[in-house]
Each structure stands twice: as structure tokens, then as C-alpha cells.
Design a protein around this ligand. Sequence first.
Ligand SMILES: NC(=O)c1ccc[n+]([C@@H]2O[C@H](COP(=O)([O-])OP(=O)(O)OC[C@H]3O[C@@H](n4cnc5c(N)ncnc54)[C@H](O)[C@@H]3O)[C@@H](O)[C@H]2O)c1
Ligand SMILES: [Zn+2]
Length: 365
Amino acid sequence: MSETISVNLGTRSYDIEVGPGLIPRAAEFIKPRARGSIAIVTDEHVATVHLPVLLEGLRAEGLTAASLVVPAGEASKSFAGLEQLCEGLLDLELDRSSLVIALGGGVVGDLAGFAAGILKRGLAVVQMPTTLLAQVDSSVGGKTGINTRHGKNLIGLFHQPRLVIADISSLSTLPQRQMRAGYAEIVKYGALGDAAFFTWLEEHGPAALSGDQAALSHAVAHSCRMKAAIVARDERESGERALLNLGHTFGHALEAACGFSDQLLHGEAVAIGMVLAFRLSVRLGLAPKSDAERLCRHLTAIGLPTELSALGPQRLDGQAFIQLMSHDKKVHAGALTFVLARSIGDAFTTQSVPTAELLAVLSAD
Ligand SMILES: NC(=O)c1ccc[n+]([C@@H]2O[C@H](COP(=O)([O-])OP(=O)(O)OC[C@H]3O[C@@H](n4cnc5c(N)ncnc54)[C@H](O)[C@@H]3O)[C@@H](O)[C@H]2O)c1
Ligand SMILES: [Zn+2]
């Protein structure tokens, strides 16, 4: 059984299928949308564990697909990686009726989605996310792109997929640390806009992370529903979609301080970032202290970092931190935008945060 969530974007609307065992039966969903040739883009890790099953399932339904395997890791989201992938896709003589399937984590989704968006002025893409982060976040909403030496995700497009297939079972091969990092984005949905979901996570989150399929399916589907609703109201992030950046302005600075290395995964940085956002909200008299503590308790229970001290020797002083934050691409007209909260489940954006209060939060640890 799978659950279908609709992303309502007029002519660019699409469905997200969430549930266990979906990769083997992906052809069922893809066949009605496949008018021409199919190219699967994946990375070398996912190629060994999930690609054969996908190919087999497509073949059984009479669909043939070529596959292109990119190196695993963020470095593939580069000009060089994009060039190689585009040339590889062109070698397959794809045309406007072709379909690109992105099978993998956010790296594959962002890279293949971008390549599909620019090849022949736009090919259809189906996202098949295989990390928890990609299932609840990057595969939905149409943001695609690559990194440059100036920063992450600075070159890209909005290119909505035709379909998203999130197979919960594919997460069984994902390392626990990656699972926990993806889970931080699930907590984000509760923290930014759904207190009841946050309470549900406190109760069922640990089970979801230890492989309870029903709990995991609910957590992923609910996150997708929340992201779909926000994206439908604000596709291009001119307002509400910015709430999805809760914890991210702080988080990106932390990732940058660690050189975007494995020392701190994106979701781990977001976990610390969300705690900082709540502590800042408390300091500004906007949110009760008990909510910041509650967020911290849940993240800790899951095994996610919540303190700046998790950075170890890379620990930043406040000014250096602010400097890194102001490199974020969400800076508008020179002013940093913060996502703060009135309580768990009630976030909002603001540009008026006194530097002294920010520095106080960054140095209290
Ligand atoms: N487009 C968006 O809206 C959006 C949102 C959030 C993040 N992102 C981007 O997503 C990227 C991070 O995505 P990610 O965390 O999925 O990282 P990732 O794609 O690098 O995957 C993490 C690791 O897990 C491996 N992997 C993937 N699926 C697996 C599976 N089922 N079993 C075993 N191993 C598996 C990958 O090979 C990789 O080594 C970043 O580049 C970030 O900028 C994009
Ligand atoms: Zn994120």
C-alpha cells in the first residue's frame, strides 16, 4: 500500500507516492507517464543496492531504461559533474519525450533534476528519493542545482518533477547517521508549523528511526504533505516557503565552518540551527523557554547534536559566525532573514534581530 499526496501547482501538479516496497513496482506509476526513452541517474552506492530491482521491475512491464552512475557525494553537484552527466544523457540520444529518473539522495536529485531541466530546454524528471532527507525534503518542490566555489546551490532551476516515488523500504540500507540527519528535517516540519505532529514525533520518532515501517511511512508522508502545501502556496519562495529554512541560516554557517565535510552532516547542522533559532526566540521574549528545551530534548533523544560545542575545535566566535551567515543566499538587500518561533508549531520570518542578542545566543553554550 502506498499513500498519494498531491502537489497542486496548476499545469505543473504532480503526485508523491509514499510507502514500502515501491521501487520494485515503480513501473506501475511510471508507465502511464513514459512516452519515450527512459534514463536512470543514480550514484555508485545506490546503484549497487537499489538499481537492479528498479531495472528489473521496469523490464517486467516492458519498459527499457539506460542507467548513468555518478560518483557518490556532494562533489558530483559541480560544473564538472553536470557536464559529464549532460554529455552522458545526450549520448543516449534522449529527446523531448524522454524521461529522466533520479534514483538516490539529494545529490542525485538536485544534479539529475537540474540536468533534466536544461537538456533540450527541459526533459521530464521523476524523483525516486532513497535517503530520508531526500524523501521528506529535496525531492519535493522542484529546487534543483549545483554548487560553485562561491557556495552551495547557487546555480540552478525550479524544475518540478512529474512524479515522486518515496520507497520507505529503500531506507533499510541507509546508514543510521544519515537516517538521523534526515530526521532533523522531519522535526523541522513539526517545529515550524504543526505542534500536534511534533508531539506525535516525540512518541513515535524513535520507532520510525529504528525501522518501524508504519511509523516511518507516516512521518515521511506527513512531512511531504506539509511541504507540498507550502510549495503549492508559494512555489518560488517569495514568502511562506522561507519557513522551511528554520534552522538553516545558522545551519549553513555551521556547515561552512566545517568545510561542508562529513564532520557535520546537513541535518545535524540543521538540528543545532533549530535550537539556536528557538533560543534566540526565547531571548527576544517571543517564545517560552520550555519550548526551546523541549525541542532540544527530542533532538537529543534521537541522537542529534544540539550544541555549538559539537563543532569541537572548529568552534566559531560570534562575529565569524555572523560573517558566515551573511553569505547565505537567502540574504535580501543585505539583511539577514531569520526564521524564529512563537512556540513549537508556530514559526515566522523576520529581519529585525539586534546583533547584540544574536551574539549573546551564539556565545552562550
Ligand atoms: N532541492 C532541495 O530542495 C534540497 C533540499 C535539501 C537538501 N538538498 C540537497 O541535498 C543534498 C543532500 O542530500 P542527501 O542527504 O540525500 O545526501 P546524498 O545524496 O549525498 O546521500 C547521502 C549518502 O547516502 C548514500 N545513499 C543514498 N541512498 C542510499 C540508500 N538507500 N542506501 C545506502 N546508501 C544510500 C549516498 O550514496 C551518499 O553516500 C545536498 O546537496 C543538499 O544541498 C536539496
Ligand atoms: Zn535542509
